[in-house]
Ligand binder design. Structure first.
Ligand SMILES: Cc1ncc(COP(=O)(O)O)c(C=O)c1O
Length: 449
């Protein structure tokens, strides 16, 4: 116990140093090395490996707890929501705000979907519990649709209906990732992945990509990580926040690398329809260690309905279904019927809306090229991720002042990783507001700080 106490005291001092130097609390490589040392030493002493690992996990967890005790670190996801909440507060006070911070299409749900919803209530007096995996008709429709889209065979029992893609991701990560297991997340990234990994006390291995490299993943660096043992690799193409689409050849090489090292892939493809030409999909790659994520949110403007789906192998589907059963019982039947109607009848409207949003992205890029920022034109999704051409730019401080003084709301780059010179524009605001809002950003940048 004296040695344990000593270790925790050292941990507290290390935390102070890390804090002063702006280093993250968790260093997955150092943890791995500590664990390897313990296991090796245990082997020499004839102590069972499993016991050494359990003791190691306990000590590492406790040290992290001690290190984090005095640091109220705000998560990236909280940061993203903070801008949303600040904006809501201002708009509820009657302030007009040009909203570039919400990642949702600004269209009403298709009218056929509302009619479909009402039809469920007319048909049924009681809407009870349903199957945890989703309504068989909806799973079948999704399987048929994806089989056609990707020219492969997907069966209904590979499909699970989830309350939002976010929950599909949560259910996948809680089902497959254990404490201390490593998860590679290419950055910049939507922060929910990181939240889910933190939830299970897994270890995030950020794989930073850069503006200079056109947000390309460096496969050599990826392989160096995979070699050390990685449970899960997250791919999000088209990407939130950069709009990057991983090219076909690169996608395939990434999938092959993951297969070589036995790493599972979570491929979040919720923006697959916001592209000029079809984006590569995990479903079209020869991979049997994957979970594919998609959603009705962005395709059919159904964000608040909380309805999405995932596709995986049958054994994995059984495992994730247990998580759904445990946590939610099922997605409400009327919501699922609404989604089914969307697939059958709302396709033309969805296509029109997606086209309109993509045209707004074009307009946004044209306007951005008139102000002092650098950016890559997104190849997909409806986000632009410009870089302010300023030294030591702090996007968070800028975002707050921009909102207060100019009534324009953006998301700071810090929400997506180590990208404080960048900010994200989610192009879901009315078209007419775009030119003046970007002009205001330009003016605010010119007079910053
Ligand atoms: C990359 C990505 N995946 C998933 C989601 C969430 O989708 P859903 O509304 O289905 O939970 C979002 C939402 O912004 C996202 O950007």
């Amino acid at each position: 116990m004296a040695l344990v106490k000593e270790r925790l005291e050292v941990g507290a001092r290390v935390a102070e140093t890390k804090h002063v130097r702006g280093l993250p609390t968790i260093d997955a490589d150092a943890e791995q090395a500590t664990m390897n040392n313990m296991v090796q030493f245990a082997g020499e002493l004839g102590v069972e490996k499993r016991l050494a690992e359990r003791l190691g996990e306990l000590l590492i967890e406790e040290t992290i707890r001690v290190e984090e005790t005095n640091q109220q670190v705000q998560s990236k996801d909280q940061l993203l929501k903070e801008m949303f909440e600040l904006t809501q507060k201002l708009t509820s006070q009657g302030r007009k705000v040009s909203r570039f911070e919400i990642g949702e299409p600004n269209f009403s749900p298709p009218k056929e979907v509302i009619q479909g919803l009402n039809a469920t209530f007319r048909k049924k007096k009681v809407i009870g519990y349903g199957p945890s995996a989703g309504l068989p008709e909806l799973r079948k429709a999704i399987a048929t649709h994806l089989s056609k889209q990707h020219k492969i065979t997907i069966e209904s029992d590979q499909v699970l209906v989830t309350p939002g893609a976010r929950f599909g991701i949560f259910a996948t990560i809680t089902s497959f990732v254990s404490a201390l297991e490593r998860v590679v997340i290419p950055q910049p990234a939507w922060p929910a992945y990181e939240e889910c990994v933190n939830f299970v006390q897994g270890r995030i291995i950020p794989l930073n990509t850069s503006f200079e490299d056109n947000w390309d993943i460096d496969l050599d660096r990826l392989e160096l990580e995979l070699e050390k043992g990685v449970r899960l690799l997250v791919l999000n193409s088209p990407s939130n926040p950069t709009g990057k689409v991983i090219p076909q050849e690169k996608f395939k090489r990434t999938v092959d690398l993951a297969a070589k090292y036995g790493t599972m892939i979570l491929s979040d493809e919720v923006y697959d329809r916001y592209v000029h030409s079809p984006a590569p999909s995990i479903l079209e790659n020869d991979c049997d260690n994957f979970v594919y994520i998609n959603s009705f949110s962005k395709q059919f403007s159904l964000t608040g309905w909380r309805i999405a789906y995932l596709v995986t192998t049958k054994p994995y589907a059984l495992k994730i279904r247990r998580a759904l059963q445990t946590a939610i019982t099922c997605v409400p039947e009327f919501v699922q019927n609404g989604a089914l109607v969307a697939m059958k009848k709302a396709e033309p409207e969805a296509r029109r809306n997606i086209k309109a949003i993509m045209e707004k992205v074009e307009l946004t890029c044209r306007e951005l090229s008139k102000i002092d920022v650098s950016f890559h034109k997104p190849e997909g999704a409806f986000y632009v991720f410009p870089k302010a051409n300023k030294l030591n730019f702090d996007s968070l401080a800028f975002a707050k002042q921009l909102l207060e003084k100019h009534g324009v709301s953006i998301t700071p780059g810090q929400s997506f990783g180590d990208y404080k010179e960048f900010f994200r524009l989610a192009v879901s605001l009315p078209r007419a507001q775009i030119p003046s809002a970007i002009k205001a950003i330009g003016a605010a940048l010119d007079s910053w700080p």
